[in-house]
Each structure stands twice: as C-alpha cells, then as structure tokens.
Design a protein. Structure first.
Length: 174
C-alpha cells in the first residue's frame, strides 16, 4: 500500500496539508499501541506497523520535496541510483557559481557570498516556474511520463542547488 492509498488520497504533487495533518492525527489516535495492550500479540504487531506506516507516510507527504520524489518513485521515473544525469546546459550554468564558491573558500567576501546565494535562489525560482504548471495540473494516470521527466529534472536540479547552498554556507561567518 502506498502512502496516498493509506490516507485515501489521490496521487498528487500538491496536497491539502491541513487535511493531511488531520488524517495523520486521526490515525495516530486510531493506531496508538497503548489502546491495544490487551489484544493478541499479532494484533499489537499489526497496530505497531500501522502506526509506523502512519508516521512514515506523514513525514514523506507533508514535505513537498519528499512528496515529489515519492510520486516520481511511484511512477518509476527515476533511473537506478547514479544514472539520473543533469542536463549539460544546467551544469554549464553552474560553473560560474561553483567558481565563485571556490573563491569564497579561499577569500571570503560578504558581497560575493550574497551574490552566490541570490544567484542560486534565482535559478531555483526559474526552474520552479518551468514545472509549476505540470505540478499544479498533475493527474495520475493522465499526465504523460514526458511531463514527469521534466519534474524529475527539476527535482535533480533543485537538489544540486540545495547542495550548493549547504556548501557555500560553510564559508559564511556564523
């Protein structure tokens, strides 16, 4: 059973997060192990599994990036680990940013740091705007895999940009 089925929700990139939270809390009460202490060991194990599934499902579906990856995984869009390549044009665009990060590593400059952060955020906004229509209009079983491929590329680019921000933050004074 996938996480969407567990909550009886349609597979989607966008969810009503308040409704998801209500479902999580309702299931948390429903599957709380303390209510089953007098049941059989088999029933207690079943409830413990459902409680764990509830927590894992909520953790995944309540976070946009995790939910996006989960949908793409469900749809079999990702290749095996290490085989999901970023487009060359994106990597070329990142060369300037990576060079700026190398300079920051050796000679920190606050304005250069702020420019790198702004450039990364600008790239992220740009790539998000390219896939927002696909994410907002996704219909399970109808949206073609070619559109999901675009979401996958967005996800991979976003992950790359996040690593850049994590890397550059190491050089910022705290």
């Amino acid at each position: 059973m996938n996480y969407f089925e567990f909550y009886n929700l349609p597979i989607s990139f966008n969810l009503d997060e308040a409704a998801l939270k209500r479902l999580f809390y309702a299931n948390s009460k429903r599957f709380h192990p303390d209510f089953y202490t007098l049941d059989t060991e088999e029933k207690q194990n079943e409830i413990l599994e459902l409680s764990t599934l509830n927590t894992q499902a909520y953790k995944t579906l309540s976070d946009f990036d995790r939910r996006m990856k989960y949908v793409l995984d469900l749809k079999g869009i990702f290749a095996e680990e290490g085989k999901n390549a970023l487009p060359q044009d994106f990597l070329m665009d990142m060369m300037d940013i990576n060079e700026a990060i190398m300079e920051l590593e050796f000679d920190f400059d606050e304005s250069a740091y702020q420019k790198v952060v702004a450039d990364v955020q600008s790239f992220e906004n740009q790539i998000l705007s390219e896939v927002t229509p696909i994410i907002e209009n996704y219909q399970d079983g109808i949206t073609p895999d070619s559109e999901l491929e675009k979401v996958k590329i967005f996800f991979l680019k976003k992950r790359y940009l996040l690593r850049i921000l994590e890397n550059v933050s190491k050089f910022a004074p705290h």
